[in-house]
Write a protein that binds this ligand. Structure first.
Ligand SMILES: O=P(O)(O)OC[C@H]1O[C@](O)(CO)[C@@H](O)[C@@H]1O
Ligand SMILES: [Mn+2]
Length: 450
């Protein structure tokens, strides 16, 4: 297969195509997610009535009608159609459809099973949002909210353990030697990495929360990290700090492109808190989604909700964390942004031309952390790369700043492995790329020649 073939593009062998993870996702997992969305809206009928009266009931009925139609289009492999709402990204989505049509040629229509997986999967979430947008007064309703909040509650013990660990570091922060600081950095980086196991898209909305102690499980998880560039990430952070000491004006800023709400978000906030409170980093910029996305992804509401929950918790260190996080947000030490580009199907190598403002903003960072599987698929263009191809090649010019992907593997793309590593994994565990058991901490520092 050619190096640059899209993962979900038509396979030469139909049997191979029908067994592919992409195919099974579109055939089984996506309709299941749609059915759950419909069910959630239906279950909330009374709430809509209480809030908006008959108009709420009418909107619920219409939204369900649109979503059932969407599910039918998907299951019968109908053409992908233009968006009809007037959100500011609709035009870009419709242009992307034209672009896709050109790529596929005139003979083949852009349909659910004949187009790249990355595109149709993103498109489904945008169409779910459209079904609500077209139905005021329930346009702002987040159909995934219940699952996201539940996954936070289901991980309570793990959340409290983590905040207690952070408090232990804070208490002794002044006396920490550089090597101890590195140990804590590496621990919390791994906690944030494995937090990515807990997304609700891979489980089609079923409970996938953190039950075991996040710190204690790290040593048994360590052998499953296939690429570990922790040292390079550390060197990037500490050399930026040295530059500042030398009087350079570089801003110490780390950007975190967030993935899932619930437990994963807590791991990211704890890591961000550590980076700031240890004095390693001055400012953190978080990037989230401007609409409900891939079941569990973070929106502005999710972030505010989790900070409020933490503040109100009946646990000393969790509530202390909540107060600290609120303060960081108020002071602008932490900032939250949600650019529409994150909820479009584009590969990141297109960011400089398709979202130049976002690209320019990421260029201000000393380090950008990309959480999760979907971000990895977009970093690498979701292509069928040879596993030994280096990360830089797969990024195809994307490199606004030094960057690192923290990802558990849930889709069949992985680059930057050692020769023979993938073959060994395949013989031991054939579904290693999609079962969420493995992970990477994969770093790239762009140079002017890239
Ligand atoms: O939350 P994450 O880590 O991006 O995972 C979401 C993943 O779930 C999937 O739906 C699993 O197939 C992928 O499309 C996507 O990459
Ligand atoms: Mn996600």
């Amino acid at each position: 297969m050619e190096v640059e073939t899209m993962v979900n593009n038509v396979f030469s062998n139909p049997v191979e195509m029908k067994l592919s993870f992409a195919y099974l996702t579109i055939r089984d997992r996506m309709p299941t997610i749609l059915t759950k969305v419909i069910d959630t809206i239906h279950r909330n009928k009374n709430t809509f009535f209480e809030e908006y009266g008959e108009e709420g009931i009418e909107a619920e009925k219409n939204a369900i009608g649109l979503l059932s139609k969407l599910r039918n289009e998907l299951q019968t492999d109908k053409p992908v159609v233009e968006l009809k709402d007037d959100l500011k990204d609709s035009e870009a989505w419709n242009q992307y459809l034209q672009r896709q049509q050109k790529l596929q040629g005139d003979q083949e229509c852009v349909s659910w099973f004949s187009s790249p997986w990355l595109y149709v999967e993103c498109y489904m979430y945008r169409r779910i949002h459209e079904a609500l947008l077209l139905n005021p007064p329930i346009s702002e309703y987040d159909v995934f909210n219940e699952g996201k909040t539940q996954s936070f509650f289901d991980s309570q013990q793990a959340v409290m353990d983590l905040c207690t660990y952070l408090e232990g570091i804070r208490k002794n922060a002044k006396e920490l030697f550089q090597n101890q600081l590195f140990e804590h950095f590496s621990t919390l980086l791994q906690v944030s990495l494995w937090g990515n196991k807990c997304d609700l898209s891979i489980s089609a909305g079923e409970d996938n929360s953190q039950k075991s102690s996040p710190i204690e499980s790290l040593s048994s998880l360590h052998p499953f990290i296939l690429v570990d560039d922790t040292n390079a990430v550390w060197a990037t952070l500490t050399s930026a700090r040295r530059q500042e000491k030398l009087g350079k004006t570089k801003v110490d800023r780390v950007d975190i492109v967030l993935d899932n709400a619930g437990f994963e978000l807590v791991t990211d906030l704890v890591f961000a808190d550590f980076l700031v409170s240890s004095g390693l980093v001055r400012q953190i910029h978080f990037h989230g989604k401007s609409l409900p996305w891939f079941v569990s992804d973070v929106t502005a509401n999710d972030l505010q909700w989790i900070v409020r929950q933490a503040m109100a918790a009946n646990h000393r260190w969790l509530s202390k964390c909540g107060v600290q996080w609120q303060t960081y947000l108020k002071q602008g030490v932490w900032r939250y942004h949600d650019h529409p580009f994150w909820t479009q199907p584009h590969e990141f190598c297109d960011m400089a031309s398709d979202a130049p403002d976002l690209y320019a903003s990421l260029q201000e960072a000393d380090l950008v952390l990309f959480k999760g599987d979907l971000n990895y698929r977009k970093l690498t263009g979701d292509r069928d790369w040879e596993h030994v191809v280096d990360f830089n090649t797969a990024l195809r010019g994307f490199g606004p700043a030094p960057l690192c992907s923290l990802r558990t593997l849930k889709a069949n793309v992985q680059v930057g492995l050692q020769p023979g590593q993938a073959e060994k994994l395949t013989s031991r565990d054939p579904s290693w790329m999609t079962n969420g058991k493995y992970a990477v901490i994969q770093f790239h520092n762009p140079t002017p020649e890239d």
